[in-house]
Design a protein around this ligand. Structure first.
Ligand SMILES: [Ca+2]
Length: 99
């Protein structure tokens, strides 16, 4: 049943023909990021246990790289999109990386 939910979310976010991803980012950036985060979290190990960051860093360390904070190299835009950080200081949220 949850696989159907994951499929629905991926279809929703990839509905480029109707501006789906662009519209989701523009009008509800946090909601779109959480949907993506939770989807990856579920697909990773069938648990919602905040494992998305570790999975992304291990899966593609070039695309998902984290510096000491979000504003320091080698942090990538993909990591910043997926993982929560303080918009002012750039500090990663260590209590919960879920955006
Ligand atoms: Ca997980």
């Amino acid at each position: 049943m949850r696989k159907i939910g994951v499929l629905f979310i991926m279809l929703l976010l990839s509905a480029c023909g109707m501006g789906g991803m662009k519209a989701a980012s523009a009008h509800s950036r946090t909601y779109a990021r959480r949907l993506l985060y939770d989807t990856i979290d579920w697909l990773d190990n069938k648990l919602l246990d905040l494992s998305t960051g570790a999975t992304a860093l291990a899966w593609d360390p070039v695309k998902y790289a984290k510096g000491v904070d979000a504003n320091t190299a080698p942090t990538t835009e993909s990591a910043k999109y997926l993982m929560k950080y303080n918009r002012t200081s750039g500090a990663w949220d260590t209590a919960s990386e879920r955006p």
